[in-house]
Design a protein around this ligand. Sequence first.
Ligand code: AN0
Ligand code: CP
Length: 315
Amino acid sequence: MQHYTNINDLDSLQKTVKEAIELKKNEKEFQKLGEGKTICLLFFNNSLRTRLSTQKAAQNLGLNCIVMNFGSEGWELEFEDGAIMNQNKSEHVKEAAQVIAQYCDIVAIRAFASLTDKEKDKAELVINSFKKYAGIPVVNMESATGHPLQALADAITMEEYKVPHKPKVVLSWAPHPKALPQAVANSFVEMMQLQDADFVITHPEGYELDPEITKNSRIEYDQNKAFENADFVYVKNWSNFNDYGKVVNKDENWMVTAAKMKLTNNGKFMHCLPVRRNVIVADEVIDSENSIVIPEANNRTYSAQIVLKKILENL
Ligand code: AN0
Ligand code: CP
């Protein structure tokens, strides 16, 4: 594997999940693999899990890891070709990416959606500029439209908690006061499209994700109906895709409560975190035995580690 910017960059999701679970049993096994090599983690946005788990994954593989909070400490980058740079952007990605590539062997980037310009977000300017100018492998740590390391961790988690029948998996929208990206939901959908599962997406009408991502995945506007018999309930807020980046619904009735979880087949509650308690999910659910958000977050290490391992093997 050269780059990991989308879940579909994996040869086989199922095989990768199994390999990650194996790796987890002996996480230091491949410590020699990264010896003498360096990864740069560039954060244009905040992070807890991605930052620490990717760093840990790199260390488990013997990689040297450099972290830069680009959003607060870097020069503001220009990404447009031919721009006259007489405003506040101090450096073009053409130079920045080539310079960074001289200091490392792999670059991982977090750069959220602007949520103001749909076309630009869809063009994935940051990730694609680094792919174009850095000339080294690029890893997506949540870009404008996807969070494939999260989706892989979710797949690993669902494999660990698998049920003895074809699972019913629900992706449910939940309310949030702020405008959040669609990236996590998008990658979860793309990952589920590679699984043998009864998959259903539920959200208020008008909150459809990008149809180029959801394709023919089932959408059910009645959240209670969607929850019926579910084995996994994956919850996430996203801002509106049609009325791009707007919060047009804060309906508290979409919060996940114990009453709703009762409709499921003793379903597991999942969320990528960070989560707002008693807005997205009631305490009684996230604190229940059926909540697997903590092991899910732990699997971020092994999703990053299996991805970095595959990239290192191909260097
Ligand atoms: C981000 C999002 O929704 O994309 C990161 C989640 C991993 N969440 C927030 O900004 C709260
Ligand atoms: N789930 C996730 O990516 O968390 P952070 O934003 O804290 O990295």
